[in-house]
Design a protein. Structure first.
Length: 566
């Protein structure tokens, strides 16, 4: 054998995945840890066909005989099928499953797939111990923490104790390296993800992390910066660092240290945050934005107080609105948030509260807020999955068979809404969001557009909904082609140019696709064609140049005019 372990992240297809999520950082961290322990592991992510080709090459040609699979709710079926195929074609290959779905596997899964082992929780120490058992024979199987294996006599699973399975000092694990990639290609996109800490203390009732990874551990900022510097050295396309942590905003001093270090590196970055943090730590958030924070993600979930309380969010309608207003005022470029449809205590009334909140957020966060509606997903070992009756929901196990990806098909009903009614409500909510975005797009002004599409004068693409709306308006597309200071600043000797063409003039009104204008605005727009300078317009319309200037800036704020020297 050439190496001990192949770590696979296999998906049915990658069409629904952002490039940033295609590298499974957790598997690379396991590979790094094993490298430090003198075992060699390679990591690979891909779709079914590419993974099959890799397995035929690596296992079929005896380069390795142990394969570990990352399993989440969305890929557990394909992982099971791949393991069945592996066992059929390479019966001596040892297979291991880790990831969030490992805790939900039962004996039937092990028997059907012929899978050998599963690992619960953090994988570094258990995988090292498992290789010590399989390769070096220096440990007994009973000594491997967090290991799950079959007992075919009792037809049950044996789960080893989880003692000593967690690494407390995360700095002791080397960060992902290119040499751990089977293809030699790691984190090469414009957006690259990193993990600066593990665990979550918040215990949201629907969330896997809060239910299964409560032990919060954080890397030092010095260690995090060493990883970012390594990424920069190996990726010349890097523009954004995306921080995966659920708990990045826990400690103020650590955030400020991170901001100081990022400001020196001049890289934009994303993170998850909490509504209460934004409200209570506005000065810290301001420093985060000044250091390059371009996007922050919030768990919004619902506009109904009863639902938010059931989710253990510690937020309410007014807090969420206030947090978005603060972010907008401080100048962040993007906010993302989900609404869960068909979750705890969902009714038509709770949906109306969510619509009311979404409307407020879209109009107060013009240009920057990206809202999405998703179905409630019953993730393993969460309180809502373990005790659905507490939340007025029923989980329909048979419906899981019609679900390709979690959160994209409803598999539950609530006391007030059937599964089909939840489907109708979700699609109605999507239509509602589209309508509100269009309305808010029509209301948007120059500052809204620039906040969402530009960073320090450079175009960025972090708001797909607003980008589609704004660039779908020809006058805004034209306006954005003339963003230099010279073209935006009023000068009486320059020509005022309008950003749209087709007009109709009737009496004292001018009609166009972008609005109806009269008075001085009508006059300026009608002749904003490069025939008259601003000063000549003042003479033509018999008004003071100050009136032309004032009207220009009002029209410029609506993205309807810019200035030209010639």
């Amino acid at each position: 054998m050439n190496y001990e372990l192949l770590l696979m992240n296999v998906s049915r297809d990658y069409s629904g995945f952002s490039e940033v999520f295609r590298d499974n950082i957790g598997q690379y961290l396991i590979a790094s840890y094993l490298r430090q322990k003198n075992f060699k592991a390679y990591a690979y992510s891909g779709d079914i066909q590419s993974c099959k080709n890799i397995l035929e090459k690596e296992v079929g040609k005896r380069r390795t005989a142990i394969v570990g699979f990352y399993a989440a709710a969305d890929n557990i079926r394909v992982v099971g099928h791949v393991i069945q195929w592996l066992k059929k074609n390479y019966s001596d290959c040892v297979t291991i499953i880790g990831g969030p779905q490992a805790i939900d596997l039962d004996y039937d899964f092990f028997e059907t797939t012929d899978n050998d082992y599963a690992i619960l929780g953090d994988g570094e120490i258990p995988m090292y111990c498992l290789l010590s058992f399989l390769v070096d024979h220096s440990l007994e199987v009973t000594q491997i923490p967090s290991l799950v294996r079959r007992d075919d006599i009792e037809r049950t699973l044996i789960i080893n104790k989880c003692d000593d399975a967690v690494i407390m000092d995360l700095d002791s694990i080397d960060f992902p390296r290119v040499e751990d990639s089977l293809t030699g290609c790691l984190r090469q996109g414009e957006v690259v993800g990193i993990i600066t800490g593990r665990g979550c203390p918040f215990q949201c009732s629907f969330c896997y992390e809060g239910a299964n990874a409560k032990n919060v551990r954080l890397r030092s900022i010095k260690n995090v910066m060493a990883e970012i510097d390594y990424i920069r050295e190996n990726n010349k396309k890097l523009n954004f660092i995306s921080i995966y942590d659920d708990t990045f905003t826990l400690h103020e001093d650590r955030i400020l240290e991170f901001c100081d270090a990022m400001k020196r590196r001049n890289i934009m970055w994303f993170c998850e945050g909490h509504i209460a943090f934004v409200i209570n730590k506005q000065e810290v958030l301001k420093k985060m934005i000044e250091s390059g924070l371009a996007c922050i993600q919030f768990g919004i979930e619902s506009g109904a107080e009863k639902v938010l309380n059931a989710y253990n969010k510690h937020t309410d309608f007014d807090m969420i609105v206030k947090a978005i207003e603060i972010c907008k005022h401080l100048g962040i470029h993007s906010i993302t948030g989900n609404f869960i449809i068909g979750g705890a205590f969902e009714t038509y009334d709770t949906i109306e509260k969510s619509k009311q909140l979404a409307r407020e957020l879209i109009h107060k966060g013009k240009g920057i807020i990206e809202l999405y509606a998703v179905y409630f997903a019953p993730y393993p070992n969460t309180d809502m999955t373990n005790h659905p009756e507490k939340y007025d929901i029923e989980i329909h196990e048979e419906l899981k068979e019609i679900n390709i990806n979690t959160m994209r098909t409803s598999v539950v009903s609530t006391k007030a809404l059937s599964r089909n009614e939840i489907y109708d409500v979700k699609h109605g909510f999507d239509d509602f969001l589209k309508e509100e975005y269009i309305k808010a797009g029509d209301e948007s002004r120059k500052a809204d557009i620039l906040q969402g599409l530009y960073h320090n004068g450079r175009r960025i693409s972090v708001n797909p909904t607003w980008e589609r709306i704004y660039l779908g308006k020809p006058h805004i597309s034209s306006f954005l082609e003339h963003m230099s200071n010279q073209e935006q600043h009023f000068d009486k000797s320059k020509y005022i140019i309008r950003t749209f063409e087709d007009i109709k003039i009737s009496g004292d009104k001018m009609f166009s696709d972008v609005g109806i204008f009269q008075g001085i605005e009508k006059n300026i727009l009608a002749y904003a064609t490069g025939v008259y300078t601003a000063e000549e317009m003042a003479d033509k319309f018999h008004v003071a140049i100050e009136e032309i200037e004032s009207a220009y800036y009002d029209l410029n704020d609506k993205c309807l005019v810019y200035t030209a020297e010639f």
